[in-house]
Ligand binder design. Structure first.
Ligand code: NAD
Length: 271
């Protein structure tokens, strides 16, 4: 408990899935959580549930692709707290398209949601992060949720693969830029394998519908996804949240520019 006491945190994509779990764990560890998402209805439910459990969660309607939304969020956080200790960039969209079918608009939309906020959201929040960094031993922390798709190629995912590969490199680039300029802001990426979330469930439904994985039964598709993992299972959102907690906390004060893979061994495995 209280591994994030007095920390002001912002989690994007917090209305469901991995982002919701990170917001929940952060609040349970004593953080003030600004939970941001496009989906304000679900967000209100998340904030209410966290508050009922004794946490502090403030919902923020924010489209991560819009600079004016980031600026509005910055003004609220500056007014209420004057600093921002942690950003978790978790909002994301998947794009499954063979190259021949991918449009330029789809490609750009994927980068706009998955990659650009890690650059321009950080830019908008830079003064608040710098202030938080000066006030703490461990420094401020940015945690960017990439994917094992940011480390490996996956068929029919050129837009998603490149967006997540760029998230990995944005993290390393900013980690080194900040260290070089003596800004106490650490930046790291997390690379989840298959995690049980609405995004994954929607993907499995789509695969079942096409039958491309050899079956139209969603349970067979789920088994096939699990079988890709050496531990033969699909991870839980909390598996990722616990990694984000470590990178957000003072415990990782000497950790910047790393890629934390949480995937049941998938990336380590040849088969
Ligand atoms: P999800 O679809 O269940 O949740 C994503 C959330 O992001 C949603 O609440 C959605 O409203 C929000 N969002 C989408 N576009 C947004 C925008 N423009 N502005 C603000 N919010 C927006 O997805 P998830 O599975 O929880 O994934 C979370 C992150 O983890 C994503 O970046 C995803 O790429 C990554 N990831 C997921 C898996 C997995 O297996 N689930 C694996 C690797 C990486």
């Amino acid at each position: 408990m209280n591994r994030l006491a007095k920390k002001v945190t912002l989690v994007t994509g917090a209305a469901r899935g991995i982002g919701e779990s990170i917001a929940t764990v952060f609040a349970a560890e004593g953080a003030v959580v600004f939970a941001a998402d496009l989906n304000s209805d679900s967000l209100a439910g998340v904030a209410e549930r966290i508050a009922n459990d004794g946490g502090t969660c403030k919902p923020l309607e924010l489209d991560v692709t819009l600079r004016e939304d980031w600026e509005r969020a910055r003004d609220v956080i500056a007014r209420d707290h004057g600093k921002l200790d942690v950003i978790v960039n978790c909002a994301g969209i998947e794009m499954v398209r063979e190259l021949g079918e991918l449009t330029l608009d789809e490609y750009r939309a994927t980068q706009a949601v998955n990659t650009e906020p890690a650059v321009f959201g950080t830019q908008v929040m830079l003064d608040l992060l710098t202030r938080a960094g000066e006030d703490s031993d461990g420094g401020a922390s940015i945690v960017n949720i990439s994917s094992i798709a940011g480390l490996l190629g996956i068929p029919d995912q050129i837009a998603y693969n490149t967006s997540k590969g760029a998230v990995r490199h944005v993290s390393k680039s900013l980690a080194i830029e900040f260290a070089h300029h003596k800004r106490k802001i650490r930046v790291n990426s997390i690379h989840p394998g298959c995690i049980d979330t609405p995004m994954l469930r929607e993907a499995m439904e789509a695969w079942a519908e096409t039958g491309k994985m050899g079956s139209n039964d969603i349970n067979d598709v789920r088994d096939a996804f699990a079988a890709v993992c050496p531990m033969n299972k699909i991870g839980a959102t909390r598996d990722i949240a616990m990694g984000a907690l470590y990178l957000a906390s003072e415990e990782s004060g000497f950790v910047t520019g790393i890629e934390l893979v949480i995937d049941g061994g998938s990336y380590a495995s040849w088969v």
